[in-house]
Structures are given as structure tokens and as C-alpha cells.
Design a protein around this ligand. Structure first.
Ligand code: ZN
Length: 104
């Protein structure tokens, strides 16, 4: 697989954003159906999914130095009007480098 580090991080960020967006939509739906008998079970599921999404997004690390990508880094990947980082702020590995061989 020729995926670069940047592509990998970008994919994780987009997926996390999608999970959180789905969670927000789910919460709004639940609020309008909160008197239904299944609402409390569904709320636990929605919260669980969002929590897992957040934890998962916090586990993206630089493959070379192990530095965790901060929320600030994530924002730069997630928002088109911010400039994406092109290298790791810690060790300087290019995010265009292939992900597989970056830790050698
Ligand atoms: Zn690094």
C-alpha cells in the first residue's frame, strides 16, 4: 500500500469527524423522541460511539517518533481553510513519506 502518513492521518480525521457528526444528529433525533421507551438505550449507544470516536482520534501518532497528533493538528486537517501540516512538528518527518517505511 502506498499510503502516505498525511493520507492516513487525513483519513482518520475525516472518519472521526463523520462519527461525531452522526452522533450530533443522533442526539438531536433522540431529544425529539426522548419519551420513547428505546430512547435511553439509544442515548447510551450514541454517547458510546462518540466517546470511542474521540478516543480513537486521540490515538493517531506519528509513525516515526510516536508523537500524538494534537487537536490543533486535527483541526488543520479537518478544516479546508487552514493549512495542513506537511511535516511532523516533533521529528520533522514529511507527511508525504510512505507510512509503512517511516519508522525505519
Ligand atoms: Zn514525528
Amino acid at each position: 500500500m502506498g499510503e502516505s502518513i498525511g493520507q492516513y492521518v487525513r483519513r482518520r480525521v475525516r472518519l472521526t469527524a463523520a462519527i461525531l457528526a452522526a452522533g450530533v444528529v443522533g442526539m438531536m433525533y433522540l431529544v425529539s423522541h426522548r419519551t420513547e421507551p428505546w430512547a435511553s438505550t439509544a442515548a447510551v449507544l450514541v454517547f458510546g460511539t462518540m466517546a470511542i470516536g474521540l478516543l480513537w482520534s486521540g490515538s493517531v501518532k506519528c509513525p516515526r517518533c510516536g508523537r500524538r497528533f494534537s487537536r490543533n493538528d486535527f483541526a488543520r486537517f479537518a478544516w479546508p481553510f487552514l493549512t495542513e501540516p506537511d511535516s511532523c512538528p516533533e521529528c520533522g518527518v514529511s507527511l508525504d513519506a510512505p507510512r509503512q517505511s517511516a519508522h525505519q
